[in-house]
Write a new protein. Sequence first.
Length: 202
Amino acid sequence: MIGYEESDRPELRSLLSPMAGVAGIHIWRNAGDYLQQVSDRALDLLIWNVSPDESRAPELARMIIQQNPHTRLLTATAQAGDEIVLEAIRAGAVGCVLTQELEQLASIISAIRAGGYYLSPAVAGRVMESLRRPAPMDGPAFSRREGEVLRLLSGGLSRKKAAAQLGLSESTISFHLRNIYRKLGINTRAAMVRRAAELNLL
């Protein structure tokens, strides 16, 4: 399990103890620690409590899966609309559970270990919205979060105010802004606003 503290172990054990075949629970504070400490350990299932500020989640998800292809990765989040978690699912995670659903963890894990997948109903709704959202005809495709950042910053908000409105850190806003610049092929705020307007993205 990634993104949990050692103090969480008793509660997690109480949730998982009814399950057959649980040989042990291993906890890493973050994905970086996991990747450094685990090489070829045979883990049946990995549960990752993804922080909203973890802008590298898609990249880290791919690294985790590439390192141990047989380990099934389940993400957990407190926010159903977190685009970072959706990107981790696109990278290969087998699903997402909301942290408030952890009391159902045993049944969710049983389904995943049997070869299935799990999406919290709230997360499933956001996935459907993402699939139904058409990409711009004449411009680059942005993630939902990138689109939000683009519209807020183009509307005159500072990175600090955009971060507060979206519940993110300024560093995460900067990460999305770099992606927006790269996709639009520009490197200034004024050019971003002009190009976004040309593409009817605002």
